[in-house]
Design a protein around this ligand. Structure first.
Ligand code: DGP
Length: 113
């Protein structure tokens, strides 16, 4: 089965890419919920956070560091930002490829949802 985000990684579907290295891709969300809304994904296909395992530990850390770096790039590191993973139906996970939402550029309500 084809995966939408794997297609973006393979450049079969266009995206506004803001960061890339050999393990990670980050691109602007097509339906932004904040002035800055970027999706950060592992290039390795992992269906969701529940499917990540011990061998992904370093990759997960690298994604968090990339998020911080991208927040700086986007100029929201001082104003603040949120890094969110939706996991499963109750959280509204719509794409079955692990992705971290980086949101910022406005005050973000708490609790979410
Ligand atoms: P989630 O609900 O956590 O699974 O978030 C999926 C996000 O993916 C949602 O905010 C919209 C975004 N999205 C869906 N399709 C595309 C696409 O083709 N391109 C981009 N850039 N984002 C997409």
């Amino acid at each position: 089965m084809t995966c939408l985000f794997c297609e973006i990684i393979d450049r079969n579907i266009p995206a506004d890419i803001v960061f890339e290295d050999d393990e990670i891709l980050a691109f602007r969300d097509v339906d932004p919920r904040a002035p800055v809304h970027i999706l950060i994904i592992p290039k390795k296909h992992i269906s969701g956070l529940s499917e990540a395992n011990e061998s992904d530990r370093e990759l997960m850390g690298r994604i968090c560091i990339a998020a911080s770096r991208i927040a700086g790039q986007e100029g929201i590191d001082q104003s603040g930002y949120r890094l969110v993973v939706n996991s499963g139906p109750d959280a509204g996970q719509a794409v079955d490829h692990l992705h971290f939402h980086l949101l910022g550029g406005r005050p973000l309500g708490w609790p979410p949802g």
